[in-house]
Design a protein around this ligand. Sequence first.
Ligand code: FES
Length: 108
Amino acid sequence: MVRVVYQSHDGTRREVEGDVGTSVMETAIANGVPGIDANCGGACSCATCHVFVEPQWVPSIGEPSPMEQAMLEFVDSARPNSRLSCQIRITPELDGLVVTTPSEQQLI
Ligand code: FES
């Protein structure tokens, strides 16, 4: 199991454990983490799983695919460290990964 920390925009932190090979989105849903709706189920077509990756983790995750990058261009709040959490696969190297959910995804 790999630890993933989800922070809300107000600083609330939830540390959960995810299985290697699953996505950061799937781990959030499985653990009831708010702010990640994943309306498309991980098909890279809704951007409701948008997260900001803490800067120190960006190199470990690597670059988004062209398809993911195209989706992120439709997200108003996107930043250079934005990713779609359904596209981040959990690996042992990501143990301790910290991501933050945008404020507009905390409304539900
Ligand atoms: Fe829809 Fe990630 S779940 S883009």
